[in-house]
Design a binder for this molecule. Sequence first.
Ligand code: F0G
Length: 460
Amino acid sequence: MPSKTIIEPFRIKSVEPIRWTTREQREELLRAAHYNLFLLPADDVLIDLLTDSGTGAMSTRQWAAIMQGDESYAGSRSFDRFRDSIQEIFGYHHVIPTHQGRAAERILFSVACKKGDVIPNNTHFDTTRANIEFIGAEAVDLPIPEARQPSKWHPFKGNMDVAALEELIARVGRERIPLVMITITNNSGGGQPVSMENARAVSAVCHKHRIPLYFDACRFAENAYFVKQREDGYSNKTPKQITQEMFALGDGCTMSAKKDGMANIGGFLCTNDGVLAAQEKDLLILTEGYPTYGGLAGRDLEAIAVGIQESLEEDYLRYRIASTAYLGNHLANEGVPILQPPGGHAIYLDARAFLPHIPPTQFPGVALAGELYLEGGIRSVEIGSLMFGAAATMDLVRLAIPRRVYTQSHVDYVIEVVLAVWQRREQIRGMKLTYQAPFLRHFTAYLEPVTAEVPQLLEA
Ligand code: F0G
């Protein structure tokens, strides 16, 4: 790069105002939302880092393609463009459109899995796990050991533990494992990449045992860029070549086009297995729509066909990965504990290390996320004891960065807000639950600050 400053590789043609609130207003708004940021009206958020899913900005080319959407029920030419674009990148024979990623997951697992089966993954995303468990199968996470230590640096912390996979297959038997998945990048593990070497090793184990390998492809382009930067032998390959090489190791994929598809809605399911594809299409017709639109409008198919190619552009990926690292490194340099190294789509604050005086039973992640909102109107998401209950091994606060939406000055502002909260961290109190739903409680839970005095140590 000619200069040190990362500039956004685009200029802005259409703008969307964001709204300031006062500290007093935010205190009232947070109370009214029962300290659960999912329950805030989005208009009362200044910088929304809740998710990078479906929140990106589309390009002029995508908007132009939208005008060419063919809304025919069957045989739409928009489907042809969608399929051709996806096949060029991923290389699979059958491409099935769905309204988002979890619909692809539901169809895949409904057709390929049954009660009592076991599905390994580096780390299952919540919807993947929930769809597997809904069938009565078991979702098993097999990340490498380094993935469980937030402060540990590893270039490919998203890798799967290959020995653990072998051991699992030996223990439960290959008949009970209808497929193996690899999630790139590993979102629940911190947006961390998977190396080509690891994907190759997992693929070899799968093929030895004749078990199909599927990718959860949501952030495939970000993963490819990490491979280019960090893995020997890939610096001269394009992100597209790297993606093609990686997906050739598998038999299919699920995809949420709301991430590296650069679209606001959509997803797809791919497979090389013709028998499975026919069953998947039957189920698709029953619940999503005809196989040439699968619950999407023709214009959505067009936006994805263009967006999925744009996500592989090198100027874009250089900026994307660098701007996420910029946020993470500036925080880490000031001593703020983050999950290392910075991920592709998000920075994860380590709330247990940030607020060591708040036990996991008092939701340090929820407390920290609430303070970021109070301090500067930033919305983040807790990934920890509220989301996973006692099973949580970490309490993280994810700052997910929408694609092509915020500029470097927005990121600088986020850094200032986090540092201001860091300065007064010892005054932050834990939280207690006042209402919870029987499952996926984090979306709707009510909380309030614990009223017990601040620990003595901090008052001194
Ligand atoms: N797989 C991964 C790795 C994901 O991150 C997500 C969504 C999905 C599958 C499901 O896709 O939302 O289109 O149904 N992740 C979003 C997030 C919601 O905020 O991380 P979907």
